[in-house]
Design a protein around this ligand. Sequence first.
Ligand code: VTB
Ligand code: MG
Ligand code: MG
Length: 330
Amino acid sequence: MADYDASTLLVDRNLALELVRVTEAAALAASRWIGRGDKNAADGAAVDAMRKAFDTVAISGTVVIGEGEMDEAPMLYIGEKIGLGGPEVDIAVDPLEGTSITAKGGPNAIATVALAERGGFLHAPDIYMDKVAVGPGLPEGIVHLDARPEENLRELARAKKCDIGDLLVCTLDRDRHQDMIAACRKAGARIMLLGDGDVAGVIAVSQPSTGVDIYMGSGGAPEGVLAAAALRCIGGQMQGRLMFENEEQVSRAREMGVTDPKRIYGIYEMARGNVMFAATGVTGGPMLRGVQRSAGGAMTHSIVMRSKSGTVRYVEAHHNFARKPAAFVA
Ligand code: VTB
Ligand code: MG
Ligand code: MG
């Protein structure tokens, strides 16, 4: 059992549940736009609602993974101070992870937030990150970003005492993954291709109910940090490497504190110290159900967890719009 200080514990615990309110608000707002073909409207609604919800949370937060730079994003931009006042924390947000999926009514869109002590998150620029992740309970270093897909699959199958054909790989359905997908298929593995949403894709490795054994491939770097925060809480291994496309991106990242552009980050280098993670389903997926709207209300399904205790909570909330403050009715 870990030592604890009762007052910090109370703050942490309450904060974790406050975070769910924040992701619920974003998911409820985005849910109005499911399948309506307008991804920007869905995203805007989620950002707006999440920003408002943060005003009621007792933190002195600084956004470090957000919606962009101050001059290009009106809200939740990098460096923005949020919260009612309280412990100094860093915040990573993706108010709607899966804008296109939401616009099409596809699966796996989530509203998500992570929180760390000051300086806890890698300040990931908005570029791609190459990622590999596996679930908890496996020998440390069992998979590696520099290993070929078939090597990672072989090692994973050996550790899980199964055939490669029993393994399910999850990745984004992108042309840039063609060679990796071909290598996995040649090795005999099965693949789940996602339209979008690699935060949920990476987290899936830690959840037996999803059937996913390994995540491979490149996606957004900010999404990589959010996924790392989640795995810090729930267990599992992940490596990430920023994928720079030009010198300008490299120097921009240097300004944000990235000293070695080729570095492979482990999970603790992306999300250090005590972290918390919350997500609410917008559209349904294997981990979270989507928002269900009905007359005068809605049901949301969320996950919230803390690295310190390792407790994972699923929260099913029934919202009664007639009794919610007007500002939070979406
Ligand atoms: C992924 C996915 C996101 O961006 O990170 C992806 O999880 C990466 O970019 O939902 P590409 O779409 O260019 O591959 C999103 O699709 C959007 O943030
Ligand atoms: Mg976003
Ligand atoms: Mg995103």
